[in-house]
Design a protein around this ligand. Structure first.
Ligand SMILES: C[S@@+](CC[C@H](N)C(=O)[O-])C[C@H]1O[C@@H](n2cnc3c(N)ncnc32)[C@H](O)[C@@H]1O
Length: 295
């Protein structure tokens, strides 16, 4: 991605999620504060992306978008619903166990920092400067900014975490920390991914957990894998990692992490109850993974 631009993939994650929350059985899976956050966010995106805010309220437009998305990449929409639904309680469980800090890599337009900072957890969001600029403005505008939330510009393609993390005044290397990478590591080269894991592991002195999405495109049929890659390329961004779940775990293990759990898309889907008419395809190769840094 050219770091002068906002991330369209981040914008489309928010737009697709917003569109899904306009549909009652999906909306009912989420707290009102989450729905309101994305409603305000999509309405405040730079033009022309903000047009989706009103267009998606029209049933015919929403159905056309959903049918096209499901045709080109079945499971794409469901995977967005699932990541928004499952990551928050995964983090919540760790906070309840005593983790006091959350570092969100490639935070984009997500609501994790806003949600947990409001309950007193230190949250640090990292993303490129154009993204943090818009996010900060949005948070300020809606009264979401608070003392526990830092939105920090950092391009991990240009600088390494070991240079960036010590600069962030509110980030405590001695706090038990959850690092979150939702739809982020795929944008790093394998070398950068490995270095980033190593630098995370080296920086934090206390307990460290990692919660990450994994996209194993090898599990998709060749056409759907082509659509996945090229949809990202079409908006000027580039996936670089292309790891299978086993490769991804190997990177973690080689960088001093142990795998605590991996949830498959099918397991996540089975935990969601929606009326039959609203069931959607599942994206094969999508996982949520939790790992701990070895002591
Ligand atoms: C697919 S979006 C996911 C956003 C958010 N985590 C979510 O799931 O809604 C990927 C995010 O990673 C960010 N990103 C990509 N490459 C990056 C880099 N080299 N340094 C910092 N952020 C990066 C993008 O700006 C974007 O916000």
């Amino acid at each position: 991605m050219k770091s002068k631009q906002i991330s369209k993939t981040a914008a489309y994650v928010a737009i697709k999620f917003y569109g899904l929350t306009l549909i009652k059985p999906y909306r009912e899976l989420f707290d009102k504060e989450v729905i309101t956050f994305y409603d305000r966010l999509v309405g405040g995106l730079p033009a022309p992306l903000n047009n989706y805010h009103s267009l998606l309220k029209k049933k015919w437009f929403r159905s056309a978008c959903m049918n096209l998305d499901e045709l080109l990449l079945p499971g794409d929409l469901m995977h967005i619903l699932m990541r928004k639904l499952y990551i928050k309680p995964m983090i919540g469980r760790l906070i309840a166990k005593g983790y006091t800090q959350i570092l969100i890599l490639g935070a984009g337009f997500d609501h994790i920092g806003k949600t947990y900072s409001q309950s007193g957890v230190t949250c640090i969001e990292l993303d490129t400067a154009p993204m943090t600029h818009i996010k900060q403005h949005f948070l300020d505008q809606h009264g979401y900014s608070n003392n526990h939330l830092t939105v920090y510009p950092a391009d991990l393609g240009e600088r390494s975490l070991s240079d960036i993390l010590p600069e962030i005044p509110k980030l405590d290397p001695n706090a038990a920390t959850v690092a979150v990478a939702e739809g982020f590591f795929d944008y790093l080269s394998p070398e950068n991914f490995s270095r980033t894991l190593n630098e995370l592991s080296e920086f934090f002195n206390n307990e460290l957990k990692l919660v990450s999405t994994v996209f194993s495109l090898q599990k998709l049929n060749p056409f759907h894998a082509f659509v996945f890659r090229n949809a990202v390329r079409a908006v000027g961004e580039r996936l670089e990692l292309y790891a299978t779940l086993d490769n991804f775990k190997d990177f973690l293990v080689k960088n001093n992490f142990k795998i605590d759990q991996d949830l498959t898309a099918y397991e996540m889907r089975d935990g969601i109850t929606v009326p039959k008419d609203f069931e959607m395809a599942v994206l094969p190769g999508f996982y949520l993974l939790e790992a701990s840094r070895n002591k």
